[in-house]
Ligand binder design. Structure first.
Ligand code: ADP
Ligand code: MG
Length: 295
């Protein structure tokens, strides 16, 4: 049984203009120890694929036309909401692209991460080193200890002191580490990270990628890393799926796909990535519609 097995996923979304099919038959299998990069331009359906895995797209406006998403043998699209809450808090860790679901500026870092730890602890007390019969106070204390331990693990210096800071007292890279700590707190089997490094400068980006890489090595989890950046894929992914207009054009081991791209779109995507060997004037873009096309 695969960790994650997405078969023929077809999703339509309704808007005021009517219903549009967004995902056209997505197939994706992720095993433990694999880091899957999902690449493709904006609007190709990457985020909606990621959100579908934790069943976070409300229906309506979403409607699944066909397909299944099996997580460790459970069909996510058919599971009871109660089971989904347990899956989300404990087995599937997510870092969302949507900034409104990220850190809340008015609450201390500690309050927010302890909340997540408590949620994970209620789904499975062993995550906090407790048994089911533990008291509320024991849960609270263990959740705070867990929060500090995770902040320390993701490289926040002096975690025990900094935990009571507000988000604005942390740098962008540190805030991203906090989000990773939150996603990892329930010891998930699968981590879904949607553009986790897009807003960060290159050196911080490299640190965050290393952190994800180390977590995979240590815990043997599976990762779906959504990005529009092929450089990121080349750096840490074992596998890659190339999305275009709601379809996976090609997928497989990173070495195979990036070395011998079968599809012209993937070739174009690769050609648009600058390397140290790119000469002045050689930077290529993807062909598409620009505002000038309508002039
Ligand atoms: N809530 C929504 N209602 C209608 N259409 C949506 C909604 N969210 C996203 N879409 C459309 O679905 C397509 C895929 O979106 P998304 O998965 O966010 O793309 P990506 O993450 O690859 O940039 C886009 O064309 C977008 O306009
Ligand atoms: Mg997206």
């Amino acid at each position: 049984m695969a960790l994650l097995d997405i078969r023929n996923l077809n999703l339509a979304m309704r808007s005021y203009e009517g219903e549009t099919q967004i995902l056209h038959g997505i197939d994706l299998v992720i095993e433990r120890g694999e880091i899957w990069g999902m690449v493709g331009e904006t609007g190709s359906g990457k985020s909606l694929t990621g959100l579908s895995i934790s069943r976070l797209i409300p229906t309506p406006p979403g409607r699944y036309l066909a397909g299944s998403i099996e997580f460790q043998g459970t069909d996510v699209l058919k599971a009871a909401e109660r089971d989904m809450r347990r899956l989300r808090g404990r087995h599937i860790g997510t870092i969302f692209q949507d900034p409104t679901t990220n850190l809340n500026p008015v609450f201390r870092i500690g309050t927010q991460i302890v909340d997540v730890a408590l949620h994970a602890g209620h789904a499975d007390p062993t995550v906090l080193g407790l048994s089911a019969g533990a008291s509320r106070r024991e849960f609270k204390r263990a959740a705070r200890e867990k929060a500090i331990e995770m902040l320390d693990k993701v490289g926040i210096p002096k975690a025990a002191e900094r935990i009571d800071d507000y988000p604005h007292q942390f740098s962008g890279g540190m805030r991203q580490r906090v989000l990773i700590a939150m996603a990892m707190i329930g010891k998930p089997d699968l981590l879904i990270a949607d553009e986790p490094t897009t807003a960060l400068d290159v050196s911080v980006q490299a640190q965050i990628l290393r952190l994800i890489h180390d977590l995979v090595a240590e815990r043997n989890i599976g990762v779906l890393l959504i990005t529009h950046n092929l450089g990121v894929v080349a750096q840490i992914c074992t596998h890659v799926a190339v999305m275009h207009r709601g379809r996976i054009l090609e997928s497989g081991k990173v070495g195979d796909v990036l070395k011998r791209p079968a599809h012209v779109y993937t070739q174009a995507l690769l050609n648009s990535v600058p390397t140290v060997h790119t000469k002045r004037g050689e930077l290529r873009g993807l062909s598409g519609l620009t505002p000038e096309s309508f002039a």
